[in-house]
Ligand binder design. Sequence first.
Ligand SMILES: C[S@@+](CC[C@H](N)C(=O)[O-])C[C@H]1O[C@@H](n2cnc3c(N)ncnc32)[C@H](O)[C@@H]1O
Length: 240
Amino acid sequence: MAVLPYKDKQDSKKDQVAEMFNNISGKYDLLNHVLSMGIDITWRRKAIKYLKDDQPKLILDIATGTGDFAIEALTLNPDKIIGVDISEGMLAEGRKKIKKKGLEDKIELQLGDSEGLLFEDNMFDAVIVSFGVRNFENLEKGLSDMYRVLKPGGKVVILEFSKPTKAPMKQAYAFYSKAILPQIGKLVSKDNSAYTYLPESVQAFPDGMDFLRIMNNVGFTSNLCKPLTFGISSIYVGTK
Ligand SMILES: C[S@@+](CC[C@H](N)C(=O)[O-])C[C@H]1O[C@@H](n2cnc3c(N)ncnc32)[C@H](O)[C@@H]1O
């Protein structure tokens, strides 16, 4: 059964996810860095390095949110990065940040659903997504559309939370994500559910070999998984 942000509501997962990110958008960046103790910045950097030999010129950042993964991808020196997201609130925060950094000529943020991308087939040199795929309503549909818009030979780089498997990190992380993270998240974001949904959705989401199998089913080849920080998150790379 799908893990939903607001269990008492009847809306689809997609509508609930958009509503949740609209609610927390103003505090999203702050909470990201506080709750991960800044490690999320290192994770995005490591993930983008998987594209450094490819030198992609046109990049699509799926579930771009406030644009941090797109901004990190600028280290690859592309001509253009397009970021899409279903949350207008997250995009508004991202646009403010991009304007402040003077990056409007390089990064364009658009409202869009990754399970029905409005781009042509074989358009992008690389497709990237950080902490987005877990929120899709239909994971295979989202991954298939990413595959469709990627050029043959192009790579997809996916960064997503995973589950540490070894003691004592497994127990320590379970305690942190169930007892501490939701409390801090609730206090700062004022959304009672968003940071309870986070560990619940991580728990229910396929990781490691299970995720690689889904990438393979969708058509990606040469797939690899690199666990980060005791497996709290993982980088997945695949080729079209
Ligand atoms: C945890 S945030 C990640 C944002 C950013 N990539 C980062 O690393 O900080 C997840 C984002 O996925 C977006 N999202 C969820 N489902 C989506 C979909 N079907 N299409 C596009 N964006 C989606 C949400 O609106 C939210 O902004």
